[in-house]
Unconditional design. Structure first.
Lengths: 125, 367
């Protein structure tokens, strides 16, 4: 369920590293809690993401939820397909439903995130 | 107020067994969704959805003075009811605002059943009781005598028909009949809160789980599914049915809520008539209107409406409309902003997003 090559934040984002670029999305657990997602407010390409601060919002029928940046860096790409198909986050949260890519300065923040086992324990507790 | 455990409806265990997500609502533990709000919503628009609305309150108003009492406390003309008919109505304050909105079912001569919002039931009963005359009216809280199941959607008739001998095709909109459903004595009313055809079944609490599961089993192949409070909210909003506590309350008059069709000034004296008569004569300064967002962001309850840089009103309800695929809502807007096509902005968490007044209801079922 939770890819072992990813890392996870306690705010329920996942991170996949490739070189110095981190792809970020919300976890399957998070999308399940939110329910049907109908709107995503994406960050702007070129903006600076700061770990722990809001990157954007995800709205389900019932609620608005912040997406918190699990890492700091520059937003280099956003998944604009979500604008017209926000439900992709529900159907494929860990792949097609990615939110944005961030070019990071150091891997220290990535290393501090939970691995798949740690995250699985978090959501079971 | 003391903290109290939320109450459970007679269908509580059935919901839990079905995997529903339960939340506290108006003092009750209610299913907010079973699977997907969107799927539940679409099921009601295209097939059928089953709602547990047993949290609603029921007041029995009986006796030779029952009609006069209801006439004095509400703005619609209860005198137009005959046994077997139902009417949407409002309990009004002396200011012409809402104590509650309700449906009055006339069960028989001198016998009415008022169905009240769960969160208002205690208040409503106290309010009505204050005005009950010394003789001629018996007011009883009968909320515990009924479980209330709503089956809503175009396939409702054929599904419910397999459980009752009452000829449902002959039961017209806003009519009711006493009939057996699976051998249990029930009241079946062709009413609802979704903008879809459908029925509300007042059933003995002990029979409710059996009726619920049988309806689901009979309806399964037709696309019926259980639906929770979240879908109920998106459905009622598309149909522009007001929600007490959001769109209407003790600060909004019945006319401001754009419910002039339930204000019968010619029926005689009633609570709040002076104010409603004056507003009707002099015009309103604000009115509840529907709007659509240009983008997909949802304008939620309480967000500011902005025109020319100034806050001119507030959103009372807002949601994604699953049927239209757009973001819709209701807001009280000042005079001059009621025409469809009028544009304004809504402050969505610090960002200003464009919105346009549209004609309502947002959705009208095909007939």
């Amino acid at each position: 369920m939770y890819p072992t090559e990813y890392r996870y934040s306690k705010e329920h984002e996942w991170v996949a590293m490739e070189g110095e670029v981190a792809t970020i999305g919300v976890t399957d657990f998070a999308q399940g809690e939110l329910g049907d997602i109908v709107y995503v407010e994406l960050p702007e390409v070129g903006s600076q993401a700061k770990s722990g601060e809001s990157l954007g919002t995800v709205e389900s029928v019932k609620a608005v939820s912040e997406i918190y940046a699990p890492l700091s860096g520059e937003v280099v790409e956003v998944n604009s397909a979500l604008t017209d198909a926000p439900e992709t986050i529900n159907s494929d949260p860990h792949k097609e439903g990615w939110i944005c890519r961030i070019k990071i300065a150091s891997t220290a923040e990535f290393d501090a995130l939970m691995d798949a086992d740690g995250y699985a324990k978090l959501i079971q507790s | 107020m003391t903290e109290r455990e939320p109450r459970r409806t007679p269908l509580h265990d059935v919901h839990v067994a079905a995997g529903a997500r339960m939340v506290e609502f108006a003092g009750w533990l209610m299913p907010v969704q079973y699977s997907s709000v969107l799927q539940e919503h679409h099921a009601v628009r295209t097939a059928a959805g089953l709602f547990d609305v047993s949290h609603m309150g029921e007041a029995s108003v009986r006796g030779p003075g029952a009609r006069d009492l209801l006439q004095r406390l509400t703005c619609n003309d209860v005198g137009r009811l005959t046994p077997g008919r139902a009417q949407y109505n409002a309990l009004t304050t002396p200011d012409g605002t809402f104590v509650d909105d309700l449906i009055v079912y006339m069960l028989g001569d001198n016998e009415y059943l008022a169905v009240l919002n769960a969160g208002n039931t205690t208040k409503d009963l106290a309010w009505i009781r204050r005005h009950v005359p010394e003789v001629g009216v018996e007011l009883v809280d009968v909320s515990d005598r009924y479980a209330l199941i709503a089956i809503q959607g175009p396939r409702s008739t054929e599904i419910l028909q397999s459980l009752t001998e009452l000829e449902l095709a002959k039961l017209r909109y806003f009519r009711l009949a006493q009939a057996e459903v699976l051998d249990a004595p029930c009241i079946i009313a062709r009413t609802g809160y979704t903008g879809e055809d459908g029925f509300e079944i007042f059933a003995p609490p002990s029979s409710a789980p059996r009726i619920w599961t049988t309806l689901l089993r009979e309806g399964e192949t037709l696309g019926a599914r259980p639906a929770g409070l979240a879908a109920r909210d998106t459905l009622r909003l598309e149909a522009k049915m007001t929600l007490y506590g959001n769109d209407i309350d003790e600060t909004t008059t019945v006319l401001e809520a754009d419910l002039g069709w339930i204000v019968k000034l010619a029926k005689g004296e009633f609570m709040g008539k002076d104010v409603l008569e004056r507003q009707s004569r002099e015009g309103l300064s604000r009115k509840l209107v529907g709007f659509e967002m240009a983008g997909r962001a949802i304008a939620r309850s309480g967000y500011d409406v902005i025109l020319g840089g100034e806050v001119v009103g507030q959103v009372t309800s807002g949601s994604h409309s699953p049927t239209l695929g757009r973001s819709i809502g209701l807001a009280y807007l000042p005079v001059g902003m009621w025409e469809p096509g009028t544009t304004f902005e809504i402050d969505i968490r610090g960002r200003r997003e464009a919105a346009t007044v549209v004609a309502t209801p947002f959705y009208k079922r095909p007939r």
